[in-house]
Design a binder for this molecule. Sequence first.
Ligand SMILES: [Cu+2]
Length: 185
Amino acid sequence: MKKIMLASALLCGSALAMTGCQSTEGQLKTGNPLNQPALKSTLKTTDDSNQEVGQVYLRPVDGGVQVYGKLMNMTPGKTVALHIHETGSCDVMGKAAGGHFNPDNHPHSNPDDMNGHAGDLPNLTANDKGVATINYVNKQISAAQAGKYSVYRRAFIVHAGADDYTSQPAGAAGDRIACGIIEAN
Ligand SMILES: [Cu+2]
């Protein structure tokens, strides 16, 4: 996770410096008013309790879409997968969300692989209080409300286990424990 964020920051600093690029951390702190989150998702458990676990926001940044937020009530110390799935439904324990968002019909991979699924995201690890955070720039999706790469009205899925970034078609991450439809913010 740390490594991935660092890589994003470096890319930002070098290739895109002309556009006034900031690190992801800097963008979060300054909250550039021109780049407020365009989309938002409230994630809830897929079981009958339908308990809210947190929010994830998406906003356009230089070179991609920043995906950031906080999930609570996770199993402390546990690493789990987070993906964007193609269908905006959380029914049937999250199964109705379908497969990973994959507009270019690529194989599943690690999230930094531009030839993987657009919906691939880094694994999350909950701290000792069961809180997991994400702050990642996805370069293969759009936060617009239409278009081939738009994630509007698609769904975040949290799995019971970690994504191995290799197994097809979804990283062998196990059951779908939480889900949230991506809505306009
Ligand atoms: Cu998934």
